[in-house]
Design a protein. Sequence first.
Length: 314
Amino acid sequence: MTWGWTGVRGTWTGEKADKSMELMASRLNVNWTAITLGAMQDHPQATEIRYTEEPTVTDEEVRSAIRKAKELGLQVVLKPVVNCANGTWRAHINFFDVDVPCEPKWSEWFASYTAFIVHYARIAEETGCEMLCIGCEMVQTDRREQEWRNLISEVRKVYSGIITYNCDKYQEGNVKWWDAVDIISSSGYYPIDNWEEQLDRIERVVAAHNKPFFFMEAGCPSREGSPNLPNDWGLAGVPSEEAQRSFYEAMFSACDKRDWVGGFMLWDWPARLYEESDASANDDYCMFGKQAESTVRAYYTLKTNQPVKGAAGK
């Protein structure tokens, strides 16, 4: 389960944060968590990632969250993510293919991004995180193969654990540097009636690279219409626990037929939970107190009582 998004400073420590993680572990029977934080660049063509500034959580908050997860017996993926302060989705971070004087450059951006990721790679090593996710849904950057290979090389100098990259939905076949990471992962936001087709497509990618695979993100808001477009955060629709539950049932059923799907890091469980009595009115991704909570718990209980397959704990 993904915990703590977006990682706003001041929210990752204290009684509420501890209770949130305890409930996540006990109510869902998870065995892994992605401790997931956000850092800002001003806009898609900015070249400085301001990860030491607010609203990004402090390093001590990161260490505290990892310690808490370890106390609960969870294995940890540390997942630092860059966002654009102007609201543009990170998939649109982009520059000219060839560096041009007086224009923002890939070389400048990757220098800042590498410093950002290596900083958290050091923390992941120090705190014993089993996995590090070096990027999330950065579609326009995926084509910059050599820069990603260079970044991974720098990460491996300071971090000895498992490295993955979380490509976006539908992009699994467009990443040409999967051989440089240890595990392939992607975002599983596929329409409820389209899972079989997408799994057929992803299976060919996984087989070609002979790497383990899991869904670094997957989920659906509890909102009418969301199962058909689960990646739309702002889709209009009334709250619906049934819609969310049906999506999870379909996703688990389809993936269960594919032994190469190593598991899920579901989206998402915040550091500050809503009141359980308000669950039916909540239309976001978190399944706390909703019908899908029972669906996830039953599935994870079945899977975690069996021998672990792969690194993602299925």
